[in-house]
Design a binder for this molecule. Structure first.
Ligand code: MV4
Length: 498
């Protein structure tokens, strides 16, 4: 067993990893920026070291500083959590060179999936379904036109180095092709220093279904079924559930088998996630990308499969065999996770600041992974997610009821949050019947302004309407007009629909 592990992260995930270590009798080393002196992950660790100023680029992204601490503290291994250095091959290699185990996939695993185009080629070889499109990079507008003729509109142009929604352009009319092609190339170059793009048939209104996979260093690979993450806004997931209400059992097993083939194709080690888009009308699924890390939403998989994925990561890093075989793994009941974010419910801007009151939900089959506490000041520098509430139920209906009950118990004041948005989504017919897709929040725009169901001061309404109209200015539909049509004036306030 490792004697001491450095947790190279902050917030709820640093706490999650620290908890797994403590249960295994492993000492933990926290690192923290100047903005995180009072963060909960620091208090829960056995030792803690300051690694620099508040901005991530000067602290949590500084591989050199973190490695220096790891060596000084004499750790056996480093757990990177998600984000920050979790998919940084330079960091993974530096750890290894210093004789410290990087708890995660191999640098080669990370590289194989980092480039979307070569990842797609690998998946085609492994007979994993991919979306029809250009067989390789598309270099010129003329070439793009030929591909478009072949596969037909609409198409989507994607930057090969992109991911998570950055560097993508949908083309619905011939006239948009040239500007979309150029925009996508320059976005690739600007964001990822790589202008390589490729083209796919655009699958409209898909669901986001992903499969958790796990590999060990002995060639064993399993999947732990799916998570549905279609409730998202601008590629930020908001609610996740497992199992998906839309995936039939035969498709579930096929997706699992495909994901195991995908992982085996690259000799994948540790926890990973294969992301698919899923056409709910045909029940067809297509490989999108692989995330080579532990994900935010891993708890719902832990809850329905009865596993501890962080401990499993540690065991795999120690060179042990996987502690479960495929035939041992079953989905029991239903789990839902909602992400609680410190954000303004009207503008969606982060709402950092001092937490005055904070009382987390409790009770049967409720799990809360959180770093919030009363008196804590949420810094402006990092992700606004402060907590995850996860509930389990024998049935989906029970899990939802438990989530509504849990959110009604959640007391949080001082900062603004998306708790009201979650409550509204959980009551929506499209959520309740499980037919929601990745377009759910955008199509049901009223869900995006939960606070506006109440009376709001006129200037707040006008600003919100202007922001909504601005955000939707390219979508050529009437959503922004809808916002402006569902209100009436009540004195100096605006009364909104519902
Ligand atoms: C697509 C697509 C439709 N057709 N590819 C978005 C993020 C990246 N992982 C892939 N994405 C998409 N690729 C084709 N050929 C629609 C999306 C997409 C999406 C996918 C998953 C979750 C949310 C999404 C929101 C908008 C678009």
């Amino acid at each position: 067993m490792f004697k001491k592990v450095l947790v190279a992260n902050r917030g709820e995930i640093a706490i999650r990893v620290t908890r797994a270590c403590r249960e295994l009798g492993i000492l933990t080393v926290a690192v923290f920026s100047d903005a995180d002196r009072d963060s909960l992950h620091v208090f829960l660790a056995d030792e803690a070291y300051n690694i620099g100023p508040a901005p991530s680029t000067e602290s949590y992204l500084r591989a050199d500083k973190i490695l220096e601490v790891a060596i000084k503290a004499g750790v056996d291994a480093v757990h990177p959590g998600y984000g920050f250095l979790s998919e940084n091959t330079h960091f993974a290699r530096s750890c290894k060179a210093a004789g410290i185990v990087f708890i995660g996939p191999t640098p080669e695993n990370i590289e194989a999936m980092g480039d979307k185009l070569s990842a797609k080629a690998l998946m085609r070889n492994a007979k994993v379904p991919t979306v029809p499109g250009s067989p390789g990079p598309v270099e010129t507008v003329e070439e793009a036109r030929v591909i478009c003729k072949e596969i037909g509109l609409p198409i989507i142009i994607k930057a090969s180095a992109g991911g998570g929604g950055k560097g993508m352009r949908v083309v619905r009319h011939d006239s948009e092709l040239e500007s979309a092609f150029r925009a996508c190339r320059s976005e690739g170059l600007n964001y990822f220093k790589d202008s390589t793009v490729y083209i796919e048939k655009f699958v409209s209104d898909p669901k986001h279904i992903e499969i958790q996979v796990f590999g060990d260093t002995h060639g064993n690979t399993v999947h732990l079924f799916e998570r549905e993450c279609s409730v998202q806004r601008r590629h930020q997931k908001i609610i996740e559930e497992s199992p998906s209400p839309s995936v039939p059992n035969d498709v579930r097993l096929k997706m699992g088998e495909c994901s195991v083939r995908a992982a085996k194709q690259i000799g994948y080690v540790g926890a990973g996630t294969i992301e698919f888009i899923f056409d709910n009308s045909t029940k067809e699924f297509y490989f999108m990308e692989m995330n080579t890390r532990l994900q935010v939403e891993h708890p719902i998989t832990e809850i329905v499969t009865g596993t501890d994925l962080v401990k499993e990561q540690i065991f795999v890093a120690l060179g042990r065999k996987l502690s479960f075989r495929q035939e041992d793994l079953k989905q029991k009941g239903h789990a839902i996770e909602v992400r609680i974010c410190a954000e303004d419910p009207v503008t969606y801007q982060p709402s950092p600041g001092l937490i005055r009151a904070c009382r987390h939900p409790q009770g049967p089959f409720v799990r809360v992974d959180s770093y919030a506490y009363p008196g804590y000041e949420v810094p402006i520098y990092y992700d606004p997610m402060i907590a995850k509430v996860i509930t389990w139920g024998e049935t989906r209906q029970e899990a939802i009821a438990r989530m509504e009950r849990s959110l009604s118990e959640f007391i949080l004041s001082g900062i603004r949050s998306n708790i009201a948005l979650h409550k509204t989504i959980l009551k929506h017919p499209k959520f309740l019947d499980g037919s929601y897709t990745t377009q759910f929040l955008e199509k049901n725009f009223e869900l995006m302004e939960p606070e506006m169901f109440k009376e709001v001061p006129e200037h707040v309404f006008l600003i919100a309407a202007a922001i909504t109209a601005f955000n939707d200015r390219k979508s050529k539909d009437v959503r922004s007009l809808n916002v402006v049509s569902n209100w009436k004036r009540v004195g100096r306030k605006i009364q909104l629909r519902m």
